[in-house]
Design a protein around this ligand. Structure first.
Ligand code: DGP
Length: 115
């Protein structure tokens, strides 16, 4: 499995994406195939293949990903009605792009359990 993915290229500005936020540590952009009216991906700029690859040194980064999602949800007007954060990990978790990412989904009623 190559370590470089399309998300790595988006983070570097080498591939197009509808960026909604970017700083030194994280990048957020619209999902190319939205599963909800609001569907944003929040990724660490450093390459971590999956959540399994994060370690103690990544504790602050993982928190930052969540707080970035929280802030974008507020900015996009979905915080009060509600939203869902998803991290898919490896094949049974439904991960298809092997660069760690949070999905921020909102704008419709979510069902449970996920498929
Ligand atoms: P996951 O299955 O959790 O690995 O989610 C990967 C998501 O990435 C999926 O919802 C589709 C999205 N995606 C795949 N390729 C691209 C791309 O080139 N650009 C953007 N913006 N999103 C992509």
């Amino acid at each position: 499995m190559p370590t470089e993915t399309i998300f790595t290229r988006i983070v570097r500005g080498e591939a197009p994406a509808r960026i909604v936020y970017r700083d030194d540590e994280v990048t957020a952009f619209h999902d190319i195939s939205p599963a909800a009216p609001t569907h944003i991906l929040i990724v660490p700029n450093k390459t971590l293949r999956t959540l399994n690859d994060a370690g103690p040194d990544d504790q602050a980064l993982l928190g930052k990903l969540l707080l970035t999602a929280q802030r974008i949800a507020a900015e996009m007007g979905i915080a009060e009605q509600g939203y869902r954060i998803v991290i898919n990990c490896n094949s049974q978790g439904g991960q298809s792009v092997y660069h760690l990412h949070l999905h921020l989904l909102g704008g419709r009623h979510m069902t449970w359990p996920p498929g």
